[in-house]
Design a protein around this ligand. Structure first.
Ligand SMILES: [Zn+2]
Length: 146
């Protein structure tokens, strides 16, 4: 998917960087950020039955997370998607993480800089496991809270 990238500046260390804007991303697609590779990615719910089923199974075993989903209107689901994707993803929920200092407090200008291709999240690792291990992975990653 190609996205428009805008000029952004960290309000803590003043580093300039480029970010796609959440509002500009195609409907039904969410933006993610890989904290290790410092790359953007996206995820859409189209044809994701396998992922739907896994998250559904996890939630049915985890009433606390289920409650949180009702409160946060999908933020928790996006966090779960980040946990099961290949890589070190986090959902972008407002501010972007600064590639230099790592703090999420940036300004974004209306000045479009460029178009860039952003990758789609993949889920090869999690689906190479058995169902119990998949659920175990989710329990491990969520044990300190969502
Ligand atoms: Zn910074």
């Amino acid at each position: 998917m190609t996205e428009a990238f805008f000029k952004s500046r960290c309000l803590i260390c003043f580093k300039s960087f480029e970010v796609p804007k959440i509002g500009c991303v195609t409907y039904d697609s969410s933006l993610f950020y890989d904290k290790t590779r410092k790359l953007f990615g996206h995820f859409t719910w189209d044809n994701k039955k396998e992922i739907n089923d896994l998250i559904g199974d996890f939630l049915s075993l985890n009433p606390k997370a289920q409650e949180k989903i009702d409160e946060t209107k999908g933020i928790v689901v996006r966090q779960l998607v980040a946990f099961i994707a290949d890589g070190d993803w986090e959902p972008i929920l407002g501010f972007n993480r600064c590639p230099r200092c790592g703090i999420k407090l940036n300004s974004v200008s209306n000045k479009m800089i460029t178009f860039k291709e952003i990758e789609e999240l993949t889920f090869k690792n999690i689906f190479s496991l058995k169902r119990e291990q998949q659920l175990q992975t989710l329990f491990e990653k969520t044990k300190n809270g969502l």
